[in-house]
Design a protein around this ligand. Structure first.
Ligand code: C5P
Length: 228
């Protein structure tokens, strides 16, 4: 087999956005490019891991990193199903996907007609995948390491800290999407890594590949500590 610090480890990475249908032709989605998630999958492969990549909608078609096992999904519910199934045998989960937080309460069977009055959209929350993973992890003891992302346009550190605790994460990668050189669409990212115990590590402006390598280096350390 392959060598490297993640040899023998199974890493699940989610990437891209989800699409939440309204009727047969329309959906709600977001600006996720999928680039950071694909870079994370490549970085995990480079360290010798077996990688499962769960992909939602990406702004442009991205080539599957060589050696990754790819599953394509559309909705948050489909992503939840794929991620939870893969996590039963995984050592690490990295949720880089921009999962929709809300979806239309009902999916119309037929295309909504143009009427004199615009229809009111009623939304409901999607299942929170990381909360479901945290629940299963309490019973199964795996994945040993779970990494989340937080894309925030305000109060970056406070909101990310809150998500780290609420979703029982080993680490959260916090992204200030109001900065022009970070977040969606661009090839660079400026992130803070937050770990339990109030540890905050700001990383300089980096390519998404460099951010991925930095995140995976922390994952190797967390696995060695037997982190939960
Ligand atoms: O709560 P928020 O969407 O801001 O949290 C972001 C983190 O939670 C990301 O890692 C994202 O992949 C994950 N998430 C999830 N299930 C959802 C929404 C977000 O796992 N329904």
């Amino acid at each position: 087999g392959r060598g490297g610090p993640l040899a023998g480890k199974h890493v699940v990475v989610s990437a891209g956005g989800t699409q939440e249908p309204l009727d047969p032709v329309r959906y709600l989605t977001n600006r996720s490019s999928g680039k950071q998630g694909f870079a994370l999958a490549q970085a995990a492969l480079d360290l010798g891991a077996r990688v499962s990549l769960v992909v939602g909608a990406t702004a442009a078609a991205l080539p599957t990193p060589t050696g990754a096992e790819r599953t394509d999904v559309e909705t948050a519910a489909q992503m939840a199903e794929a991620v939870l199934r893969l996590c039963r045998e995984a050592d690490v989960l990295i949720m880089a996907a921009a999962v929709a937080d809300f979806r239309p309460r009902q999916v119309r069977a037929h295309k909504i007609k143009k009427e004199r009055e615009a229809p009111q959209l009623e939304l409901e929350p999607t299942p929170d995948i990381l909360l479901a993973v945290a629940e299963e992890r309490r019973h199964l003891g795996r994945p040993a390491v779970v990494v989340g992302f937080a894309a925030e346009s305000e109060k970056l550190r406070e909101n990310a800290q809150d998500k780290l605790e609420r979703k029982s994460l080993s680490m959260i990668v916090a992204n200030d999407i109001s900065a022009p050189d970070a977040g969606f669409a661009v090839d660079t990212n400026r992130v803070l890594l937050l770990l339990p115990g109030g540890v905050v590590e700001p990383l300089p402006l980096m390519t998404k590949g460099e951010v991925a390598a930095a995140v995976l280096a922390r994952v190797v350390g967390l696995l060695a500590e037997g982190a939960q």
